[in-house]
Design a protein around this ligand. Structure first.
Ligand SMILES: Nc1ncnc2c1ncn2[C@@H]1O[C@H](COP(=O)(O)OP(=O)(O)O)[C@@H](O)[C@H]1O
Ligand SMILES: [Mg+2]
Length: 454
């Protein structure tokens, strides 16, 4: 059987089958494959059976006992690092009392980090019917949220359940692919009927053996048997990866243990706390989009110059400080003012954001009489959100409120300052290489247009 990793990483899928049908075994095979490909994921482990993945890859296990770290971990930080370093995470709730609480808390953090990072990341949930039950209510639970909206953020979802009749229809209906093992309960068979086009496939389901599955949405017609696992079950010899490199993971763990797991380490302040909460502009153009863009411009070059082969050297996401001055200008009516916002980059050039980003030299921005016609003046403040970033992601620098206002005053002597905000703007730095020749492009992370910040 051949399954496209990309389809799994970004799709919505399910593994269904009664207890003992081989669901966890199948999930294990898929996750081993992802480890081999160095694709990051998080698995909600209800039986404590996935820490065996450690045999073949650096994996962080969060568990009540015996894991790398406990549930006191700062989940934001954990997922930030997991995504950034491509390190898989096992959330082992087998010994946890409040399983739902632990699962929701971790997935909520993952969702918020991923909404920002937007990198392909797979979430696997065992016993998903327990965490996303079919009940009638208005609000979405986090798993439904992930299944409906997570795709935009790059989150793939794979849920396992022995009772397809009990899992939220909102989750089940999103599944574009799935594996079905032995099922015998009438309600469960009914629940999955809508997912199958062919009727015969369903009839076999009651007769499948352990480790046998039929699938949908993957272009595989017949039932098949899952191959042997490398880790744990079957006791086979590890063949993937050889020696597992733990160096990177140890330093990540050291950080995480310092951040909030116990609280006792905080006083020193020198080690751990690497990431900080900052305000950033809402990212509208993801890293994968930027990579796609890079591919396009590299290709264009290739076509123009025939034999030249340009390749992508790097696509880096950075955050650039930007200052927002708000100020009021009196109108003709007494006691009435209009409020405006102006944006500055680190060189105090005006920045215009509408359907792209442009910088204008302050001195040449024009001395209009009527405020209304200044294209760089905004009537609305920037749309920002709180994000957690590590220092390396940020371009250093700070804007002085005073200096920015004095520039505004030059054009509008009657302006009165009413606020200042320094926020971070996501940008992508794309480097293309062709032998010794290097080309660099900057895209904004809002609209994905080229900008010329120098
Ligand atoms: N493809 C397979 N090859 C060999 N043994 C398997 C296979 N699938 C499942 N098993 C074995 O069957 C038992 C039940 O499988 P498991 O994956 O735990 O089922 P489930 O998660 O559906 O309850 C386990 O002991 C497992 O090792
Ligand atoms: Mg299982």
């Amino acid at each position: 059987m051949d399954v496209d990793a990309e389809a799994i990483m970004t799709g919505r899928g399910c593994i269904m089958g009664q207890s003992g049908s081989g669901k966890s075994f199948l999930a294990g095979v898929l996750l081993e494959e992802l480890c081999r490909l160095k694709l990051p994921f998080c698995v909600i482990d209800t039986e404590g059976e996935y820490s065996a993945l450690k045999d073949i890859a650096p994996v962080i296990v969060v568990a009540e006992e015996g894991g790398d770290i406990g549930f006191g971990v700062d989940f934001d930080e954990l997922f930030l690092r997991s995504i950034d370093n491509d390190i898989p995470v096992v959330i082992d709730v087998s010994d946890t009392e409040d399983k739902k609480g632990a699962v929701y808390r971790s997935l909520q953090a993952l969702y918020s980090v991923e909404s920002r990072m937007r990198r392909p990341y797979l979430v696997v949930i065992e016993e998903a019917d327990k965490f996303a039950p079919q009940v009638v209510r208005k609000d979405h639970n986090i798993i439904e949220e992930l299944s409906v909206r997570g795709r935009k953020g790059g989150v793939g979802l794979l849920v396992a359940t022995q009772r397809p009749a009990n899992i939220s229809k909102n989750v089940l209906s999103q599944c574009s692919y799935g594996f079905v093992g032995k099922l015998t309960i009438e309600n469960d068979l009914n629940a999955i009927r809508i997912l199958f086009g062919r009727k015969q496939a369903l009839e076999n389901i009651t007769r499948l053996g352990t480790g046998e599955f039929v699938s949908f949405g993957l272009g595989i017609e017949n039932s098949f048997r899952i191959k042997e696992r490398v880790t744990k079950h079957a006791g086979a010899t590890p063949e993937i990866g050889g020696e597992v490199k733990r160096g990177r993971i140890e330093s990540v763990l050291k950080d995480l243990r310092g951040i909030g797991n116990t609280g006792s380490n905080r006083s020193g302040r020198k080690s751990a706390v690497k990431s900080q909460s900052v305000r950033a502009l809402h990212m509208g153009f993801g890293l994968d989009d930027a990579k796609g863009y890079a591919q396009k411009i590299a290709k264009k070059r290739f076509l123009l110059f025939g034999n030249a082969t340009e390749r992508i050297d790097s696509v880096e996401l950075k955050y650039m400080p930007i200052g927002q001055c708000s100020f009021r200008i009196p109108t003709r009516h007494k006691n009435e003012y209009l409020e405006y916002y102006a944006l500055f980059d680190l060189k105090y050039r005006l920045v215009r954001i509408d359907n792209g980003i442009r910088t204008l030299d302050v001195e040449t921005a024009g001395k209009g009489r009527t405020v209304n016609y200044m294209p760089w003046l905004r009537k609305e403040p920037l749309d920002t959100e709180e994000v957690k970033l590590v220092k390396e992601d940020m371009i250093e620098g700070a804007l002085s409120e005073r200096k920015a206002f004095s520039l505004i005053r030059r054009r509008f002597p009657e302006a009165m300052p009413s606020g200042f905000l320094q926020a971070l703007m996501p940008i992508y730095i794309i480097t293309l290489k062709n032998g010794n020749r290097i080309r660099e492009f900057v895209l904004d992370g809002l609209f994905g247009r080229q900008v010329n910040f120098k």
